[in-house]
Design a protein around this ligand. Structure first.
Ligand SMILES: Nc1ncnc2c1ncn2[C@@H]1O[C@H](COP(=O)(O)OP(=O)(O)OP(=O)(O)O)[C@@H](O)[C@H]1O
Ligand SMILES: [Mg+2]
Length: 291
């Protein structure tokens, strides 16, 4: 008998074989692409991204996590990996995007962001264009691509937001995180009026404070912009998360019964994660956004 992990692995292997068989045919844009961003730093984007990736992979999807917190990457730490290559190597042409991938828990593939690489911290338009072109083939290899961004509205984040159909915006309940989150929501909807945005209130002390934060965010967005994001859910502040970070393993795997893990599973069930699809290839769209 296969256990759940082995079964999911087998399913994604079968899909991969199918893709190989079809590789002589013209490829259409494949992967659904979801960006994970926040205004303020440290809200829990990488925790969210790594756990979502693991959950979706366990459901049998081929999942790629791109750590675009360029220059300050840490998704590899949260997944217990030590990648040989990162986005910097891809940018410099030292490795292809496919060569730079490493396999993590539940078969998740990671493209790491590189630590302390100047070219990635402040990429020029030309460098980003080169990088997006290099990443484009990955869209054919995966069902879901999650992009973990650095905090704030940097140039590369905006290019991604202009191209993505779906954004998961992670905030905390404090007014500073909400205010910065609002700024990125506003910017995202300006550069991409069709974008679907889901808000997660992470690390909330309790449901009451999480819902009060949501009400405040929704109220401000409605008042000043005339629209608001969807509420995906809230994740409690839970010591299991910090412990899992210490263990370098997503909390869904190390403490699956914890409150945070249960809440993260609910976040991972947000329907748009199933349907996030751009009408043209994501990285083509992102390249056009650079012009
Ligand atoms: N729900 C939670 N409960 C308790 N601690 C949490 C929770 N979510 C995140 N944390 C803690 O917050 C820290 C920062 O989380 P994470 O690295 O995911 O934030 P980030 O938004 O990706 O930060 P950055 O902006 O630097 O990329 C983690 O190391 C973890 O210990
Ligand atoms: Mg991060």
């Amino acid at each position: 008998m296969l256990n759940r992990f082995q079964f999911a692995r087998l399913r994604s292997f079968r899909r991969a074989v199918k893709i190989d068989e079809q590789s002589s045919r013209p490829q259409v844009a494949g992967a659904r692409v979801v960006c994970i961003a926040s205004g303020k730093g440290g809200t829990g984007k990488s925790v969210m991204a790594t756990n979502l990736a693991v959950h979706r992979a366990r459901l049998g999807e081929r999942v790629l996590l791109v750590d675009f917190d360029a220059g300050l990457a840490n998704a590899h730490l949260l997944l217990g990996l030590a990648p040989k290559f990162d986005l910097g190597h891809v940018l410099d042409g030292q490795a292809s995007a496919r060569e730079a991938l490493v396999e993590g828990p539940a078969g998740v593939r990671l493209l790491s962001g590189g630590v302390g690489r100047q070219s990635l911290v402040n990429p020029t338009r030309r460098e980003l264009d080169r990088l997006f072109r290099a990443l484009r083939p990955l869209e054919n290899d995966f069902d879901l691509i999650l992009i973990d961004h650095g905090a704030g509205v940097g140039y590369s984040t905006i290019a991604h937001l202009a191209a993505t159909s779906t954004l998961l915006l992670v905030t905390n309940h404090e007014v500073t995180a909400l205010s910065d989150g609002y700024a990125i929501y506003k910017r995202a909807t300006v550069v991409n009026p069709d974008i679907r945005v889901g808000l997660v209130v992470n690390r909330a002390p309790d449901e009451h404070l999480a819902m009060a934060a949501w009400d405040r965010f929704r109220g401000a967005a409605n008042r000043f912009l005339g629209h608001h994001p969807e509420l995906v859910g809230w994740v409690p502040a839970d010591t299991a998360v910090a412990q899992s970070v210490q263990l370098r393993e997503p909390v869904l795997l190390s403490f699956p019964e914890s409150e945070a893990a249960r809440a993260l599973v609910k976040v991972a069930a947000w329907t748009p994660l199933e349907h996030a699809r751009t009408t043209s290839a994501f990285y083509e769209k992102a390249r056009r956004a650079l012009r």
